[in-house]
Design a protein around this ligand. Sequence first.
Ligand SMILES: [Zn+2]
Length: 235
Amino acid sequence: MTEELFRSDHYLKSCEATVTGVEPRGIELDRTVFYVMGGGQPGDSGVLKLADGSNVRIEDTRKGEAPGEIFHVPAAGQAMPAVGDKVVAEIDWARRHRHMRIHTSLHLLCAVIPAGVTGGQIGDGKGRLDFDTQEPLDKDTITERVNKLVEEDHKVGVRWITDEELAAKPDLVRTMSVKPPMGQGRVRLLDIEGVDLQPCGGTHVARTGEIGKVVITKIESKGKHNRRVNIAFAE
Ligand SMILES: [Zn+2]
């Protein structure tokens, strides 16, 4: 079980940790700042700095089968640490921050397009959401409306509700294919004040202004009920 420091503070770039497991598929730590791939957001890359001055380069972060199991996936051909080693775990912050900006922009897309979400993906500098709608969507209009929400610099925060409260408010759940993780008693909501509120476990920027200017690059028709909206940084 790894303590997931990245869940409560999206701006943590590094932490001290102890190696608790070493397997061919990855290194386990007692705590980590590395976001573990999930919810359409890629796992973090970065480095584990050992006490002897050597570094283990991490190229991905993946879930194991057991709940709370997180594997830091090392790049090929490196010396592995040993169980019990103290490390400083440090993410590639520039890459993660781009993920946070794109991820937050997808919430703004949800606010602009009032339809169920059937899928999505966050990449480096770009992302996409699939909407269950037959309505024609206009690239320029959506670009303008998302950028207005960016410029208005809305506060982005996290709050929690109980499973019962969420069950009583099914309209909070925008994703049609992926249900929020219930069964732990409470669910994390991502709240862009006055704009968007929905369950989400990813990492986000603190204010919408931090996203910067974005552009809808492409809207594709993926079947009768499905519109794929692609978004990217404008510069
Ligand atoms: Zn989110």
